[in-house]
Design a binder for this molecule. Structure first.
Ligand SMILES: [Zn+2]
Length: 198
């Protein structure tokens, strides 16, 4: 993405082959006829130099790197792994528990999302997902806020928690219609005999 972005500097000067393997030539086809007659910038001209300075600004390049599709997929995967960490699949959680755990995963993700990625000595990005048990940062301020609001008014906190619980949808099993036992048994036997025949 970065190489493609930087190629604009060449493109506007009518240079469409670039000396980087990541993006060796422009994505457009060969330029013929009218397409050739553009007002290209003269290499070395003030306009070309000024535009190059803008395009290659470090802060801008950093943003462009984030546009990379791989990078986006990666952050989504990181987010999913946060969810799995806070709400492992092998454990059943109540609605409120699950809700709180998803909020935690989102907080944790957002807290780390805008950090510059560490790089290995060869310049490639180094990824490592870590879950500190207790980090001075959002976890501390979260605990502090919780403690403060509890000290301030335990009743208010209990009310919030009660409201959250009352928002919980009914268990899925409740949405099934109850079938009388005899009917269920005869349905079961009918299915069994069907399998036996084949
Ligand atoms: Zn081009």
């Amino acid at each position: 993405m970065e190489a493609k972005w930087k190629s604009i500097v060449n493109h506007i000067q009518d240079i469409h082959d670039h000396d980087t393997p990541a993006f060796s030539s422009c994505a457009h086809g060969p330029l013929d006829g009218d397409q050739r007659n553009k007002e290209w910038l003269d290499p070395g001209s003030l306009a070309a130099v000024k535009l190059e300075n803008i395009i290659t600004k470090t802060a801008l390049l950093k943003d462009v790197r984030q546009l990379s599709p791989q990078h986006q997929t990666f952050s989504l995967e990181v987010y999913h792994s946060h969810i799995l960490h806070f709400a492992p699949k092998h454990t059943g959680f109540s609605y409120v528990e699950m809700y709180s755990r998803l909020l935690l995963a989102a907080l944790h993700y957002n807290h780390n999302a805008n950090r510059e990625t560490a790089r290995k000595s060869d310049g490639t990005e180094k990824y490592c997902v870590r879950y500190p048990r207790f980090r001075k940062g959002y976890a501390t301020s979260l605990m502090k806020a919780l403690q403060e609001s509890y000290t301030h008014s335990p009743a208010a906190l209990r009310e919030v928690s009660a409201n959250l619980s009352s928002d919980a949808p009914a268990p899925i099993a409740k949405s099934f219609e109850q079938v009388p036992k005899e009917e269920a048994v005869s349905l079961f036997l009918a299915r069994q005999s069907r399998y036996k025949r084949t």
